[in-house]
Design a protein around this ligand. Structure first.
Ligand SMILES: NC(=O)c1ccc[n+]([C@@H]2O[C@H](COP(=O)([O-])OP(=O)(O)OC[C@H]3O[C@@H](n4cnc5c(N)ncnc54)[C@H](OP(=O)(O)O)[C@@H]3O)[C@@H](O)[C@H]2O)c1
Length: 426
C-alpha cells in the first residue's frame, strides 16, 4: 500500500476548476489521499463537503505567493502573464510541483519553465493544456520515449472543428454557426484565439517542443484561422472528396522544423477528416510505431479536469521529470514559403473566353501544373460571374503565391482568389 497524502492548492475556480472539484469529490483512492489545503477564487462561491475540511480560502491567487502549505500548485486561471505566471514561477522557485492547463503560459515560457524545473528538481505537468480528453502529452513524453517522432499533426481546437463541421452539415455560413456555438457553450464570448489559429499554435508549440526537444518556437508559428472559410468552399471540397479542417502540423526533417497552422483540405478517407464536431484528433508518426491516431474531446470541464487529476496522481505516485530530454541541436525553422504541396484554388471571374488560358499562362510561368478543374454553376452575387475551381499538383508555396498575385491583377478576375492548401496524408 502506498498510503500517500498529497496537499494541493488550487488557483482559479472557473470551468476547469469547478470540473476538478467535482471530480475530486467523487474520486476515491485508498492509497492516495488528496487534501485541498487552499483555494483561490476571485468570485464568491460556496464550497461544501468533507474535501474542504482543511481548506484555506483566498479571494485572490496572488495571496498564494505567501502560502506554503502545499505539495502541488494547480493553476487553472489561464493567461501567459499576470497572476498565473507569478504563482507558477514562484512555486517552481520554491521547489514545489505544478499542474496547469495553461497552454499560453507553457508554450510561451517553455525554456524558462524547463530550466527552473531542472535546476530545482521539481516538475510542471501540463497534460490538460493540449487536447483535454486525449492523453497526448503522456503519449509523446512517456509511451513514445523510445521512438523517434518525425511528425505530429491534427485538429487541436474543438471550437473551430465544431464550426467547420456544422457549417457543412447545416449548410450555414461561419457567423451563424459561431453564434450557435456560443449559445451551446462550445465557443467563448471572445472566440478570437480559437478561430484565428492562436490556440492551435500554442498547443502545437508545446507538442513540437516536447517531441523534438527544441527551443521555444511559439512566437514563430505561422498561423492562419478559419474566419474566411466560406460554406461554398466546404461544399466544393466535399464534392471533390475532401473536408476542410483547421490543422496544426509539426515535422522534423534533417534538422529542419516545420510548424504550421492553417485550414486545409484533407481526403475524406483520412483519419483526420473523420474527426468532426467538438472532437480533437491527433496523429503521431514515429519510427517504430509508425502511425498512432488519437481522438477525444478537446476541452470542457470534465475531460480537462480528468487530465489535471491524472497529472496530480502521477506526481503523487511516480516520477516527476519528463522522460524526453531536450536536444542540444539547433533546428532551423522552415517557412511556409518553402512548403511543397498541392493547392485548391477558387477563382471568381467574368464568364468570358480567355479566362482559362489567362490562368494557365501564369501557372506555366511559375511552374505550377493543374490536377483538376471544374466550372461551377454558382450564381451568388453577380449572375455574369463564373466560379472556376482548380486543384494543382505539388508545387512551391512561394511560386503559388507569386502566381496568385499576378492572376489577381488580370482584368477578368472579379474577386481575390481563394486558396487552401491540400494535405495528402497517407
Ligand atoms: N475550458 C476548457 O475547456 C479548457 C480546456 C483546456 C485548457 N483550459 C485552460 O484551463 C485554464 C482555465 O480555463 P477555464 O476555462 O476554466 O477559465 P475560466 O472559466 O475563465 O476560469 C478561470 C477562473 O480564474 C479566476 N481568476 C482570475 N484571476 C484570478 C485571481 N487573481 N485569483 C483567483 N482567481 C482568479 C476567474 O475568475 P473571474 O470569473 O472572476 O474572472 C475564473 O473563475 C486556462 O489556462 C485554459 O486555457 C481550459
Amino acid at each position: 500500500m502506498l498510503n500517500k497524502k498529497i496537499k494541493i492548492a488550487i488557483a482559479g475556480i472557473g470551468t476547469v476548476g469547478k470540473g476538478l472539484i467535482d471530480l475530486l469529490s467523487k474520486y476515491k483512492n485508498k492509497e492516495i489521499k488528496i487534501e485541498i489545503t487552499a483555494i483561490a477564487s476571485r468570485k464568491k462561491q460556496e464550497f461544501k463537503g468533507k474535501i474542504f475540511n482543511k481548506t484555506v480560502f483566498f479571494n485572490d491567487a496572488q495571496k498564494l505567493l505567501k502560502f506554503h502549505n502545499y505539495d502541488i500548485l494547480v493553476e487553472l486561471i489561464g493567461g501567459e502573464k499576470g497572476v498565473s505566471k507569478d504563482i507558477v514561477f514562484n512555486a517552481l522557485r520554491e521547489k514545489k510541483n505544478v499542474v496547469t492547463a495553461n497552454k499560453a503560459l507553457v508554450s510561451k515560457f517553455w525554456n524558462q519553465l524547463h530550466t527552473l524545473m531542472n535546476k530545482n528538481n521539481c516538475s510542471l505537468k501540463y497534460e490538460a493544456a493540449v487536447a483535454g480528453g486525449i492523453p497526448i502529452i503522456k503519449v509523446v513524453d512517456e509511451f513514445l520515449v523510445s521512438n523517434k517522432i518525425t511528425k505530429i499533426y491534427g485538429i487541436l481546437n474543438g471550437t473551430s472543428n465544431y464550426i467547420l463541421s456544422n457549417m457543412l452539415s447545416h449548410k450555414k455560413e461561419f457567423e451563424s454557426i459561431l453564434i450557435e456555438a456560443q449559445k451551446l457553450g462550445y465557443a467563448e464570448s471572445d472566440p478570437r484565439f480559437d478561430i484565428d489559429g492562436t490556440d492551435t499554435a500554442h498547443k502545437l508549440s508545446i507538442l513540437s517542443s516536447l517531441a523534438f526537444g527544441c527551443y521555444n518556437i511559439s512566437l514563430r508559428i505561422e498561423n492562419e484561422g478559419i474566419e474566411n472559410v466560406d460554406l461554398q468552399d466546404l461544399q466544393i471540397a466535399d464534392s471533390l472528396g475532401y473536408k476542410i479542417k483547421l490543422l496544426g502540423l509539426t515535422e522534423l526533417k534533417n534538422k529542419n522544423i516545420k510548424n504550421f497552422v492553417y485550414p486545409c483540405l484533407v481526403s475524406k478517407d483520412s483519419f483526420i477528416a473523420k474527426v468532426d464536431g467538438v472532437y480533437n484528433g491527433i496523429v503521431v508518426e514515429s519510427n517504430f510505431c509508425k502511425k498512432s491516431c488519437f481522438v477525444g474531446e478537446g476541452a470542457g470541464a470534465r475531460p480537462t479536469a480528468t487530465s489535471v487529476l491524472s497529472d496530480i496522481i502521477s506526481l503523487s505516485t511516480r516520477r516527476n521529470n519528463s522522460c524526453r530530454k531536450s536536444s542540444k541541436f539547433h533546428y532551423e525553422e522552415t517557412s511556409l514559403q518553402s512548403r511543397f504541396g498541392s493547392y485548391y484554388l477558387r477563382f471568381t471571374t467574368y464568364d468570358k473566353p480567355g479566362v482559362i488560358s489567362g490562368i494557365a499562362n501564369q501557372f506555366k510561368t511559375f511552374n505550377i501544373s493543374m490536377k483538376s478543374m471544374l466550372q461551377k454553376e454558382i450564381k451568388v452575387g453577380n449572375p455574369n460571374d463564373a466560379t472556376i475551381v482548380i486543384t494543382t499538383h505539388d508545387c512551391l508555396e512561394k511560386n503559388m503565391m507569386r502566381a496568385l498575385k499576378e492572376i489577381n491583377k488580370l482584368n477578368f478576375i472579379r474577386k481575390k482568389t481563394v486558396y487552401f492548401r491540400i494535405e495528402n496524408f497517407k
